[in-house]
Design a protein around this ligand. Structure first.
Ligand code: UFG
Length: 343
């Protein structure tokens, strides 16, 4: 089967390509490179031994997208491409709504025109908002995210639910990612954020490799065991496997649209993550305690039982695996991918 992966050159997309290829699928990547690097494709070809076609395209380019589908070579879509920085989305809401929503409208239009109706969509734990009880369960309502980024995920989930309801050909998986971290164990691909990392793991990795002076822990006075925030970190390779499991499941299930949490069901604090990363690196890392970051929730993690029961999927890699693999990637690629190459 041929699978189109939007955002396939990005952090999660690139890792997702690997199990898809290993399962025998032909993968085509569509990516705009606004937050990714074409060098990743050479690395993916090294890892998989497959040739992976790459199409540089913004999903909002409707004619370009039609040309991709007109080849007749797309059987299913894994839609990962999106702008994803929570903080930035608050200062640039229009950019986020336009990019994430219109990109999805354009994609859905092309899929419908070409009779492609199997879709796996990247959603986020952020759709549960501030009031959901932990562990988060898929049936929780109402979904209200607190950032424009999160709202785009809520809105697209709603749109996809309505699309599947209106037309029984559609088979759609909504994957609510918790906190993806780690890197492929080859050390060839990993997370390579532009500028100062917003997220904990890439920041820690850049401190360890000497690109940042120290980690600032955003608050140690939360109502948690050690006072720092707790999250459900999962290895990006487990998350990648979850996309393959979801694709298989939607094709085996009755048509419709269904959400699955992808997480471990375990909470790890910022301080525990720092200590685990120090174990991976082999020495202590400099840090300070700073003020809370606006918008951070004290602690959340998922109930992963639906994904385990219905997708046959389980996030088995440990926090130590996540740190060891992140460190292998960062220490072998201290500045991330080589400068942008154009194909
Ligand atoms: N943190 C620090 N210092 C840093 C960076 C992060 O202490 O330099 C802390 C944060 O305060 C938080 C924890 O590390 O307590 C994790 O923060 P991340 O930014 O890595 O992850 P978030 O949980 O804030 O965000 C993630 C995803 C978003 C998603 C959100 C809600 O990155 O896409 O979960 O589900 F919207």
């Amino acid at each position: 089967m041929s699978v189109l992966v939007t955002g396939g050159a990005g952090y999660i997309g690139s890792h997702t390509v690997i199990p898809l290829v290993a399962a025998g699928h032909e993968v085509v990547i569509v990516d705009s490179f606004v937050n990714s690097n074409a060098a990743v494709v050479d690395r993916l070809e090294q890892i998989t031994g497959a040739t992976i076609p790459l199409i540089e395209l913004d999903l909002r380019d409707r004619e370009g997208l039609d040309r991709v589908f007109a080849t007749g070579d797309v059987d299913a879509v894994v839609h990962i491409a999106a702008l994803k920085a929570v903080g930035e989305s608050t200062s640039k809401p229009l950019e986020y709504y336009e990019n994430n929503l219109d990109g999805t409208f354009s994609l859905l239009g092309a899929m419908a025109r070409h009779g492609v109706t199997d879709l796996v969509f990247s959603s986020s734990a952020t759709v549960y908002g501030e009031d959901a009880p932990v562990p988060y369960q898929e049936d929780y309502e109402p979904l209200v995210a607190s950032s424009p980024y999160g709202q785009t995920k809520v809105m697209i989930e709603r749109i996809l639910t309505d699309v599947a309801h209106a037309d029984p050909r559609w088979r759609i998986a909504l994957l609510r990612y918790f906190n993806p971290v780690g890197a492929h164990p080859s050390g060839l691909i990993g997370e390579d954020p532009q500028g100062v990392p917003n997220n904990l793991m890439p920041f820690l990795a850049q401190v360890a490799v000497g690109r940042r002076e120290k980690l600032t822990i955003f608050g140690d006075d939360y109502p948690t065991a050690d006072g720092t925030c707790e999250r459900d970190y999962l290895h990006v390779d487990d998350l990648a496997d979850g996309h393959l499991a979801a694709l298989d499941a939607v094709r085996a299930r009755d048509p419709g649209c269904r959400a699955w949490n992808l997480g471990t069901g375990q909470a790890t604090s910022v301080m525990q993550m720092l200590r685990a990363f120090e174990r991976a690196v082999g020495h202590e890392l400099p840090y300070e305690i700073g003020p809370r970051r606006p918008g951070d929730l004290p602690a959340f993690w998922c109930d992963p039982t639906r994904a385990e029961a219905e997708l046959g999927w389980h996030a088995g890699r440990t926090v130590d695996d996540m740190c060891a693999d992140t460190w292998r990637w960062q220490s072998r690629n201290p500045e991330g991918y080589p400068e942008q190459v154009t194909h």
